[in-house]
Design a protein around this ligand. Structure first.
Ligand SMILES: Nc1ncnc2c1ncn2[C@@H]1O[C@H](COP(=O)(O)OP(=O)(O)OP(=O)(O)O)[C@@H](O)[C@H]1O
Ligand SMILES: [Mg+2]
Length: 437
């Protein structure tokens, strides 16, 4: 249950708010003065604070400041019946999450709190995701195929050549793109990844080229496009095979002219960016089938790097296993070891999800291996679970125990725990409820 601090001097409003929040499943703590509120805040953290502005000798703005100083992620919702431009400005500048003008309906307040809750969860997820995909500096692997890749990287990184990286999912395409950037003269300028597959085709143009205010309904301000924002740096166009034919022409023009013209703008500007593209599809075939422009293909394909799937470089598996074991042992303060037979089992698996799958499995095993020993049985179970989880959301027999261990290792971070367990956060919440946690 999420704790909410209510600060309101009007006792009837305070009581109504408390009751409503309890009914909605929150854990409210209500106080009537700034002094009490500041005492509460110094004693414990509240993810959400709802405070009146005009209270006593101090105001809700002081509460806002204190709450955000204690915990910058805290969402503070301020309310006032005397809202003026100045108070709203002060609230916004102080980082208030929302502002409710009194009188308001309880549903409005709940709406604001739900939005705050959601943004906290998203922030949490971003954090979880960013720990997960630490822009690792190290590329592990000494198989002949990887050594060829390193050679190409070192040769082309310092140039401004456009690079196309092909490879199955999880083989390390983004990691390679980052290495190319880091080893170029652009290293101190931005590296901006754009996932072309997950951005709606209609939005991709404005994302890359920018938009002027008023270019379309809803464009309420100028937005700089990625190509301009990454000036002097590198733009990483991921999932290039997903770009629509229509937009491919615009991208081609950009690669030829190196100019951007934001939507709604009469003028174009020169930009200096290096483009690195990646795809897990076989674009050559798309060209043959007329689904990808041949001229764009040639423009992108100045240097092509083809990353082999993990099953084609089995000698790298052991190196990766030890590398991730060391990393996760360090992160979670464990001393998990892997046995000879455990390593064999890892080496014999086909790794359809490549390095990413191996990385996730090592994280899971480091935390969950019985007796902190990753042996053949532990690896087999983990592989079975990965395979069976693809469709369903079931955890194996000792699931309650697994959930507990992962939560303990992640200090109760549910987003992170769900990720390690390979289930959705909502599913984890349901499981916790069933476990009575
Ligand atoms: N050779 C490697 N050494 C160490 N870590 C690696 C290696 N290759 C990949 N990884 C790690 O595996 C994960 C997946 O890599 P990355 O995101 O670069 O893959 P990708 O090819 O872009 O996958 P997708 O096609 O699904 O986007 C990352 O956490 C990355 O750090
Ligand atoms: Mg990728």
């Amino acid at each position: 249950m999420l704790k909410v601090l209510i600060v309101e001097d009007d006792s009837s409003l305070r009581n109504t708010m408390t009751t409503v929040l309890e009914l909605e499943g929150y854990q409210p703590d209500a106080v009537a003065s700034t002094r009490e509120a500041l005492t509460k805040l110094s004693a414990q953290a509240y993810p959400i604070v709802v405070s009146d502005i005009y209270l006593d000798e101090r105001t809700g703005i002081d509460i806002l400041r204190e709450a955000r100083a204690q915990d910058p992620a805290c969402a503070v919702i301020l309310m006032s019946g005397r809202g003026s431009m100045e108070t709203v400005m002060a609230a916004t500048e102080g980082g208030a999450f929302d502002y409710l003008a009194k009188p308001f309906e309880m549903a409005q307040m709940i709406g604001a709190i739900r939005r705050a809750e959601q943004s906290l969860e998203e922030a949490n997820d971003d954090e979880a995701a960013s720990i997960d995909d630490l822009p690792d500096t190290e590329m592990i692997g000494s198989s002949a195929k990887m050594v060829e890749i390193y050679k190409t990287i070192s040769r082309v990184a310092p140039t401004d050549a456009t690079v196309l990286i092909e490879g199955e999912t999880g083989t390390g395409k983004e990691l390679i793109a980052r290495m190319l950037h880091r080893n170029s003269k652009r290293a101190h300028h931005p590296f901006v990844p754009v996932d072309c597959g997950s951005i709606a085709p209609t939005l991709l143009e404005s994302e890359l080229f920018g938009t002027l205010k008023g270019a379309y309904t809803g464009a309420d301000r100028d937005r700089m496009g990625v190509f301009e924002a990454a000036n002097n740096g590198t733009v990483f166009l991921d999932e290039i095979g997903d770009i629509e034919l229509g937009f491919q022409l615009k991208l081609l023009r950009f690669l030829q002219e190196r100019e951007v013209r934001p939507l709604g703008s009469p003028r174009s500007k020169k930009v200096d960016v290096r483009v690195i593209a990646a795809t897990n599809r076989y674009v050559q075939k798309m060209v043959e089938e007329g689904r990808f422009r041949e001229d764009l293909w040639y423009r992108l394909n100045v240097v092509r790097l083809t990353v082999p799937p993990l099953c084609e470089r089995p000698s790298d598996i052991a190196l990766l296993v030890h590398y991730f074991l060391r990393r996760y042992n360090a992160r979670y303060a464990f001393d998990t070891i892997i046995t000879e037979s455990g390593l064999k089992a890892m080496e014999n698996y086909s790794w359809p999800g490549n390095v990413r799958q191996l990385q996730h499995m090592m994280e899971r095993l480091t935390i969950l291996a019985p007796g902190s020993r990753i042996d053949e049985a532990a690896v087999r179970t983990a592989i079975q679970e990965t395979d069976s989880r693809d469709g369903g959301e079931t955890l194996a027999g000792t699931e309650a125990e697994q959930v507990r261990r992962v939560l303990a290792a992640t200090n109760g971070n549910k987003s992170r725990a769900a990720k390690i367990l390979g289930i959705e956060r909502k599913t984890l919440y349901r499981k916790l409820e069933r476990m009575g946690v």
